[in-house]
Design a protein around this ligand. Structure first.
Ligand SMILES: [Zn+2]
Ligand SMILES: [Zn+2]
Length: 393
């Protein structure tokens, strides 16, 4: 396959690789992407892109207007943050910050969108406006939500918004996407079972919260097996349990604290998880003469791709790399992505680009594959141009 945009971007590939590896060596975690945002803003200005800094603390927006008249606008989004992981690689550009690492490829996402920025700024034969959204704090801190709350779509009106993530295990440079829910909602929950506690030798003299806690662990799986419909899917996992003291095995604790995660794809299933967990906690506690304090905290919503924008993404990716390298009906994954906050408010779609074989994201040996930088950048350019078209002129 040859593609004029891809060829043009490949001519500057070395610069993108250098930017990516520099960001990799200097990882910054959520809302602290000061150096990274500085590089983004400086590069955008160098290439003649209008820059807006500080939306969502460290977020950066680059705005490029086409040379043809048009009122439409499209948003392309990359995340910039790293993770709290100690890098174990021996790459020459390995993380120079102890305990922090670009283990999710956001260094590559930033570089890909910069590649698109340079091309679009130098080739403005499109009608309308492209907003390049460099987002902070994707990893659990809600950077996308913060940008939306601070007026992303009001300050930078756009008709649609798109996201992209590099994923190991998908062939290098292939694209995977599906319409509808593609990634799960990620919520957290907690429950505190309380009883009187007492002497381990005399449980009859009080109430024991370890009993409802044990029943609850098994009970929540009946929500998955008995309440969630067979063709729906959801996951409930216990991630933390605390009660009593190591040095006091002969004491029945008065309190058991438990925390965990809840994953789902549909709003109705998400509502069901929250409601049924609360009912089970209260009911089981009451049956044991204890009380339960249950809380369900909604985190990231499901990432739901809009059909029309998903079709466009498939078409653009297919023209770029060949239709046989684009899977338009991938199986959704249970991970979550805070770009979901943008897709809740604005039509658009989110796509995976193959990172090739290698360690998975969020592991100490993961590395973004520089060979897909130009492909990703060209996808962004072609997508923006396909969205905006050439207008009336
Ligand atoms: Zn991640
Ligand atoms: Zn990520």
């Amino acid at each position: 396959m040859t593609d004029a945009v891809l060829d043009a971007i490949r001519a500057h590939e070395d610069e993108l690789i250098a930017i990516r590896q520099d960001i990799h060596a200097h990882p910054e975690t959520g809302f602290e992407e000061v150096r990274t945002a500085g590089i983004v803003a400086a590069k955008l200005r160098e290439w003649g892109v209008e820059v807006h800094e500080g939306l969502g603390k460290t977020g950066v927006i680059g705005t490029i207007k086409g040379s043809r008249p048009g009122q439409r606008a499209v948003g392309l989004r990359a995340d910039m943050d790293a993770l709290h992981i100690e890098e174990k690689s021996d790459l020459p550009y390995r993380s120079q910050v102890p305990g922090k690492m670009h283990a999710c490829g956001h260094d590559g996402h930033t570089a890909m969108l910069l590649g698109a920025a340079r091309y679009l700024s130098e080739h403005r034969d499109f009608a309308g406006t492209v907003h390049l959204i460099f987002q902070p704090a994707e990893e659990g801190l809600g950077g996308a939500r913060t940008m939306v709350e601070e007026g992303l779509f009001e300050q930078f009106p756009m008709d649609s918004v798109y996201g992209m993530h590099a994923i190991p295990g998908i062939p290098e440079g292939d694209f995977f996407i599906c319409p509808g829910p593609m990634m799960a909602a990620s919520d957290s929950w907690s429950v505190v079972f309380r009883g009187t506690g007492g002497h381990g030798s005399a449980p009859d003299k009080g109430t024991d919260p370890t009993i409802p806690a044990a029943q609850f662990i098994l009970g929540v799986q009946t929500i998955i097996g008995r309440n969630v419909a067979g063709l729906d899917s959801a996951v409930l996992s216990v991630g933390h349990i605390a009660a009593g003291a190591w040095g006091s095995p002969n004491i029945i604790p008065a309190e058991v604290v438990m925390r965990g995660t809840g994953r789902s794809f549909r709003p109705a299933v998400r509502d069901l998880l929250e409601r049924r967990m609360g009912e089970l906690a209260a009911g089981i506690a009451a049956a044991c003469g204890c009380t339960a304090e249950f809380a369900y905290k909604r985190g990231t919503p499901p990432t739901v791709n809009w059909p029309e924008q998903t079709d466009l993404a498939v078409e653009v990716a297919g023209k770029l790399v060949g239709a046989d390298k684009v899977k338009g009906n991938m199986t959704p994954v249970m991970g979550s992505e805070d770009f979901a906050f943008m897709l809740e408010k604005k039509q658009g779609s989110y796509i995976f680009i193959g990172n090739g074989e290698g360690p998975y994201v969020h592991t100490p040996l993961y590395n973004f594959n520089d060979r897909i930088l130009a492909t990703g950048a060209a996808y962004w350019v072609n997508l923006a141009k396909a969205e905006l078209g050439l207008g009336e002129g």
